[in-house]
Design a protein around this ligand. Sequence first.
Ligand SMILES: O=C(O)CCC(=O)C(=O)O
Ligand SMILES: [Fe+2]
Length: 262
Amino acid sequence: MKNNLRTAINNIKNNGYYVLKNQFSKNICKKLLILTKEIHSSKKNQFKDKTYLMKNTDAVLNLQNKDIAYIKALSSSKVLEEILKFFLNDQWYRSLKPNYPNYIIRSYAARSSIIKMPLHIDSLIPYKGNEVVGMPCSIILEDQNLDNGCTIVKPGSHMSGVWAKQNSKIKPIISKAGDIVIWDGRIWHGTTENKTGNSRWALVSNFVRWWVKQLHDIPKALPNKIYKKLSVKEKIILGYCSYPFKDEFEGSEMKRGIKSLK
Ligand SMILES: O=C(O)CCC(=O)C(=O)O
Ligand SMILES: [Fe+2]
């Protein structure tokens, strides 16, 4: 295993998070930032039912439906793919070779901080043990610091087996545009308040095991013109090899291989 991959994996195991530095060029970050700001301020971004954690933030949901560039950003970092395969690939998923991912994304949204985000976990339940069910990733589009709503974590809390407690001693993650911040979904985390009046955009995806329910019906909703541009790996991570069939006449295998893809 390469040194940088081993360092990332050990940090995630021990502390619950890691920052992958310089994964995107300034140019790509700028393009994604402009695109995100445009979509966010357009009428098309009005949506229903903002959740507890998202109601007080600026957000664009389901980035995979908006522009292929968001999907290419998710799949372009080789080291990220190796980390995710290490933690999230199901070794009993035999119809895909181990060099393919078999994990999927649960959600993919752009987020800019306003008020502080309460400490929470993304893993749906807290539990102890070595198996990881989900790993959120934040592609940083604007430098983050204590004043503009950076991500904060309680190191080691992924192993606590309990729900996040507010007023915990936290560590700010100071990151730069182009970095990817990745964490074990069990870690207690949130953000500081953004006091600057400027935006703090990041693209937050939640990578999960193939059997976790997606926030929206990602395979059904993806525009065909975007589907046509996807690689096999991208189809897998959006859920096309493992979404539930309608009934037994459509099929019964959930862990499908690439031959099942249209
Ligand atoms: O925006 C961030 O830094 C954290 C986002 C987050 O924790 C979430 O969306 O669940
Ligand atoms: Fe979160």
